[in-house]
Write a protein that binds this ligand. Structure first.
Ligand code: FUB
Length: 373
């Protein structure tokens, strides 16, 4: 599923410059002259917001405000792996992570040195995809999906005493983990919960029986559009934050009649990118619909769900994937997301931030990422 590339000559020039410094720009790149789109300044930008950094490609931005009040973003680090595009996301061949940080939205962004490289994780075979992070009692935890040596996605954990790493990985992935896109939510009582899942290339559909089923017949949705949609899974984390402390549970997303969203409801069903936050006592389960390119949300009254579908957070961005996080800073709420403004290529993405607005009743005002298009 390909989307048309951008037509800006300057964007292509920037992409070429970025590809030349792949796979991983050194930390010092934060000090390097920005490959800023100077040539674009003559045209009005159709985009709602601009890339956070231009020195490296970043995607799937998981944003947190830690105790020092600074914003830390844990993104995927896209690079040109030279693998042809397919519906399994083989072209997303990422192999390391860099953390970004800034004092405030719109402030100067620091690109920190490599936080974790796939060569440092004994069980990883390839594809370090969308990570998240958590903080507890002086330790920062990086949760990341990667394919093991059998090409099965697992969730790894790595720890550091610094929010920007370097992170030391556990020797094995989390017990019983599979699929992609871990997101960790800390509740007000100090409990932590992990939410995981992504279909198609994210392999969640391959676990429908509880065992991994290989083979091309399960490359996509399960095939029965009238069945409940495939659910991501979640569990409370153990005290040491390294394992799931209880059996995994399905995250159920219900429609307005109280029935599960159906597999055929591609505009609303879960595809990937779970992210949970809490506002005014309401638990928001947010996610991407993948092949229909929406960010959607559902709400519930506890971290386990069920969650009832409420509406759209964002219309499709430029590029195939859409993956986000939501955070509060100084009384304002923000959406971190990505598009492909810099490259025009779906696997070379750039993270962005924009403000998120709530109505009085807690509903989210849908964002148009391309208001000038
Ligand atoms: O970045 C690789 C994958 O693309 C992520 O895991 C998905 O959420 C999608 O953004």
């Amino acid at each position: 599923m390909k989307r048309p590339a951008l037509n800006f000559v300057s964007a292509i020039a920037i992409a070429a410059a970025l590809a030349a410094c792949a796979p991983a720009a050194p930390a010092d790149d934060a000090a390097a002259p920005e490959a800023a789109p100077a040539e674009e300044s003559a045209e009005a930008s159709p985009y709602l917001s601009e890339p956070l950094v231009t020195e490296i490609f970043t995607a799937d931005p998981s944003a947190h405000v830690w105790e020092d009040g600074r914003i830390y973003i844990y993104p995927s680090h896209d690079y040109e792996a030279g693998i042809p595009e397919d519906d399994l996301g083989s072209h997303f061949g990422m192999r390391d992570y860099h953390v970004l940080s800034m004092d405030e939205v719109g402030g100067e962004v620091t690109i920190h040195p490599v936080a974790l490289d796939q060569d440092d994780v004994p069980w990883v075979g390839r594809q370090m995809w969308a990570p998240d992070a958590a903080y507890k009692d002086g330790t920062y935890y990086l949760y990341f999906p990667a394919k093991d040596k059998d090409d099965i996605f697992r969730i790894g954990v790595a720890t550091s005493d610094s929010p920007v790493g370097p992170f030391t990985p556990q020797a094995e992935p989390m017990e019983g983990s599979y699929s992609i896109d871990p997101a960790v939510f800390q509740d007000d009582d100090g409990s932590y919960y992990i939410y995981v899942g992504g279909i198609w290339g994210g392999q969640l559909q391959r676990w429908a029986t509880g065992e991994f089923i290989a083979g091309p017949e399960l490359n996509g949705d399960l095939g029965d559009d009238t069945a409940p949609a495939i659910a991501p899974y979640m569990a409370k984390l153990s005290e040491d934050m390294l394992q799931m402390a209880e059996p995994k549970r399905d995250v159920m997303i219900l429609d307005e009649t109280g029935n599960p969203l159906l597999a055929g409801d591609h505009d609303r069903r879960f595809f990937e990118a779970p992210w949970v936050f809490k506002k005014d006592g309401v638990y928001y389960f947010t996610y991407s619909t993948g092949d229909t390119h929406f960010l959607q949300y559902a709400t519930g009254d506890n971290p386990y769900g069920p969650f009832t579908y409420q509406g759209k957070i964002m219309d499709p961005v430029e590029g195939w994937t859409t993956h986000h996080s939501i955070f509060e800073k100084d009384g304002k709420w923000y959406l971190a997301y990505h598009d492909v403004q810099l490259s025009g290529q779906t696997h070379l993405r750039n993270a962005k931030i924009t403000e998120l607005t709530f109505n009085e009743d807690g509903s989210i005002v849908t964002i148009d990422p391309m208001p000038g298009k």
